[in-house]
Design a protein around this ligand. Structure first.
Ligand code: GAR
Length: 196
């Protein structure tokens, strides 16, 4: 019987990465282990991803950060909700909240960011990367650390810019790169743990 590697996915908006992860990994067998997406969580009661998650058969919990009086109180509730599922890994997929040290001491988390880190950190990365004079753009997957978009890199891939490409086209290309790269990176992290 193979091992089960449980993951919890956090998102704040569309949830397209969440969907890609569920479709490529959930209940699939990989060299000695099976991946189970045991829950999805969002801080945004209006996130489009909530419906997406339900349609994919994964219950989504909403923990609205606005209902808490401090970042620490929200992070404590979030950590508790995650730990209740006893996941091997927590996956941030467009989760737009900075997490406090209190949270990160309890939760091992990874994140995806739509730029070649350490360039273009923060919430406007795609736009900044599109407008920059650079000839390449890309996507990074990294461990979550206390500093925004700054933990150790797990995977990174570059794509060439195309002359005359609109921002919408550029965004769509980066998204499809994310949808392939993130599941691959998650598997790499889970495999390391299995062989430890
Ligand atoms: C993704 O492009 C992800 O890289 C980005 O948010 C988007 C979420 O899209 N994350 C960050 O900018 C983190 N700093 P999705 O909800 O469709 O997956």
């Amino acid at each position: 019987m193979s091992l089960t590697q449980k993951i919890v996915i956090l998102f704040s908006g569309e949830g397209s990465n969440m969907e890609a992860i569920i479709r490529s990994l959930h209940k699939k067998e990989f060299e000695g282990f099976q991946v189970h997406v045991v829950a999805t969580l969002t801080n945004n009661p209006n996130a489009k991803g909530i419906e997406r998650s339900k349609e994919l058969g994964i219950p989504c919990e909403v923990i609205d950060h606005r209902a808490f009086e401090s970042r620490e109180a929200f992070d404590a509730a979030l950590a508790q909700a995650i730990l209740a599922h006893r996941p091997n890994l927590t996956v941030l997929a467009g989760f737009m909240r900075i997490l406090s040290p209190l949270f990160l001491r309890q939760i091992r988390a990874i994140n995806i960011h739509p730029s070649l880190l350490p360039l273009f950190k923060g919430g406007n990365a795609m736009q900044e990367s599109y407008l920059s004079p650079m000839k390449v753009a890309g996507v990074s997957v990294h461990y979550v650390s206390e500093e925004l978009d700054s933990g150790d890199l797990i995977a990174q891939e570059a794509v060439g810019k195309i002359e005359g490409e609109s921002f919408e086209e550029f965004k769509a290309r980066l998204h499809s790169l994310e949808h392939r790269l993130y599941p691959e990176a998650i598997l790499r992290v889970l495999k390391e743990k299995v062989t430890l």
